[in-house]
Design a protein around this ligand. Structure first.
Ligand SMILES: NC(=O)c1ccc[n+]([C@@H]2O[C@H](COP(=O)([O-])OP(=O)(O)OC[C@H]3O[C@@H](n4cnc5c(N)ncnc54)[C@H](OP(=O)(O)O)[C@@H]3O)[C@@H](O)[C@H]2O)c1
Length: 317
């Protein structure tokens, strides 16, 4: 089968088309013929950093062929002996083995059945492949940890990005009042997602406008999370995707009696099923700003690396 391997940690020129054996499956796995792949900032991070390879790809001892990627949508062509949730011909999507060696940049992927959900018939493979790592992150942040409820005021940073655009829709679905931050060019997009208020982060300090959020989802580097702690109300909830709750962040969290959690998204088929249901009912949609053919996957990395992606970037196989 065709796969894109990472020859060595570094630039996009290290992502190379290769011929690899089609994977064999374990009893708990299915073999998926991949139709579309979602690309995320972590793909870039792992490509460029040995630390990323060690911590997110986690290759098995002696394993020296790295195949990046975790987000797939495709068709089941074989099922392991212990799998009774899917059958040959089912269309499925999910985030495979994250953190771990997902090996998604390939024509065929061996995936634990417990990481997948049935793809709704009214959702394309591209839309489904997009709604995996990023949608799971939004779901686990807002639903699993922040336990978002009707009437909550929810501040979502990077509301126009992969995670953010799902987070706005999920928070609205749960009945929250949503404030999204992005640059002015994304105002209309964020409002169309359902946000009640928009803050252009380059023109205004969000913490000057928001001081009483029940929930803040922070996904920006640097001291941004300290500013988010200004925006969350006493006793509120803060979920971070980058900053760890330590040092002066932990001190401020304690002072404000905030529930704070640094999320590390993880593969979860039950969460995928919730996402699939929302997508089937059209309460959750993927916005795909660009789609690349498999051979141009390195260009997809380049686009995601800009940090300016609107919605998601997808590769078709
Ligand atoms: N811990 C975890 O499990 C986990 C999971 C998923 C993602 N992450 C991390 O979370 C971050 C976001 O992921 P993603 O997939 O959503 O990335 P993404 O799709 O690349 O995000 C791009 C978006 O970020 C927005 N943005 C950039 N700087 C901003 C700022 N200062 N304020 C508000 N918006 C800003 C951009 O909007 P404008 O163009 O309008 O500036 C753009 O739409 C990444 O660093 C990723 O690695 C962590």
């Amino acid at each position: 089968m065709k796969a894109i391997i990472l020859k060595q940690v570094g630039g996009i020129e290290n992502l190379t088309l290769a011929e690899l054996p089609t994977p064999s499956i374990q009893a708990n796995e299915v073999l998926v013929q991949v139709k579309a792949i979602g690309i995320n900032p972590v793909d870039n991070f792992v490509r460029q950093n040995q630390f990323g390879v060690d911590n997110f790809l986690k290759p098995a001892p002696g394993e020296d062929t790295y195949v990046l990627g975790w987000d797939i949508s495709g068709t089941v062509i074989e099922t392991g002996s212990a799998v009774n949730t899917f059958k040959k011909g089912d269309e499925v999507f999910g985030m495979v083995n994250f953190p771990g060696h997902g090996k998604a940049y390939a024509q065929y992927v061996a995936a634990p059945a417990s990481h997948l959900a049935l793809k709704p018939a009214n959702v394309s493979h591209e839309e489904a492949a997009a709604a995996t790592l990023a949608a799971l992150t939004a779901w686990q942040a807002l639903v699993t940890y922040a336990k978002v409820q009707r009437g909550d005021k929810v501040l979502i940073h990077a509301a126009a990005g992969g995670v953010g655009h799902y987070a706005v829709q999920i928070a609205k679905h749960f009945g929250a009042y949503v404030i999204g931050t992005a640059s002015l060019a994304n105002r209309g997009f964020v409002q169309e997602l359902g946000a009640d208020e928009f803050i252009d982060y380059s023109a205004e300090k969000f913490e000057d406008r928001v001081k009483d959020a029940d929930v803040v989802l922070d996904s920006i580097y640097g001291d941004h999370v300290l500013r988010s702690l200004e925006a969350v109300k006493k006793g509120g909830r803060l979920i971070t995707l980058l900053a760890f709750i330590e040092g002066n962040i932990a001190q401020k969290v304690q002072e404000k009696e905030v529930f704070a959690h640094r999320l590390g998204v993880s593969s979860n088929g039950q969460d995928m099923q919730q996402i699939a249901q929302l997508m089937q009912d059209r309460h959750l949609r993927s916005y795909i700003s660009e789609t690349y053919p498999f051979t141009e996957l390195p260009k997809a990395h380049q686009q995601v690396a800009t940090g300016k992606t609107r919605g998601k970037i997808v590769v078709t196989v």
